[in-house]
Design a protein around this ligand. Structure first.
Ligand SMILES: *Cc1c(COP(=O)(O)O)cnc(C)c1O
Length: 224
């Protein structure tokens, strides 16, 4: 068994244990394997181990991977910062976008979504710490953006996403994720919560994550 297969097995076990421990329905937690800076071969190894959802954060890197893996029927999640001149390629190639923060970007994604594809699934990226260095918008900016996205026929608003500042403390990780869960509940029921990475996914599951995005713990360290 390759490392990737073994790592995936371990993570799936950990997710199941966490779901059990925190009273979550395992079927409502999707694992996105973040394959940025990792090869097509690495993605193939994960796909062979029945991993379906993959995350990429740079469009130039993602396009050849998506093209090469067309026949594998994978689901692709864009999780990086979106420049307006890249919105078209994102709309053409991805199934999900987790990192929408602006109306103009949402409009561009809608315009460029090909008519033969289903609506592009959208999460809005939030920033709860109001750290200027990080992407994401504040709670009071979310509702107007949701209203605009709801009117765009080629987009489907799904939920909220967050990348908290790294924190080693489980309780603090949990508190931050819980804020996103509470924010989502105050907006509308049944939203997806895209939160939790290699170092904090257990706390994210405890707090209600429905999509966790894991790179290093599946594929190993990134060297670039
Ligand atoms: C890189 C990345 C991840 C995965 O991080 P790991 O710590 O390697 O699991 C998750 N989400 C986003 C937005 C990322 O850019």
């Amino acid at each position: 068994m390759t490392n990737i297969e073994q790592n995936l097995k371990n993570i799936r076990e950990n997710i199941a244990v966490a779901a059990q421990k925190y009273g979550r329905d395992l079927n409502l937690i999707t694992l996105v394997a973040v394959s940025k800076n990792h090869s097509i071969e690495a993605i193939k190894a994960a796909a062979k181990a029945e991993q379906k959802d993959f995350g990429e954060n740079r469009i130039q890197e993602a396009i050849p991977k998506i093209a090469a893996l067309k026949t594998h029927n994978l689901t692709w999640h864009f999780i990086g910062r979106i420049q307006s001149n890249k919105a078209k390629l994102i709309a053409q190639n991805f199934d999900w976008v987790h990192s929408v923060t602006r109306t103009d970007i949402a409009t561009l994604l809608n315009t460029h979504r090909p008519a033969n594809l289903p609506p592009l699934n959208i999460c809005i990226q939030m920033n709860l710490d109001a750290e200027e260095s990080k992407d994401g918008i504040a709670l009071d900016e979310i509702a107007p953006l949701i209203q605009i996205i709801a009117k765009l026929p080629n987009l489907k608003f799904k939920g909220l996403m967050i990348i908290p500042a790294p924190n080693k403390d489980f309780d603090q990780q949990f508190q931050t994720f819980k804020k996103l869960t509470d924010a989502a509940e105050s907006l509308q029921p049944g939203l997806q919560l895209s939160m939790g990475m290699s170092d904090d996914y257990t706390a994210a599951i405890a707090a209600g994550a429905t999509i966790i995005r894991i790179g290093t713990a599946i594929f190993g360290e990134r060297y670039s």
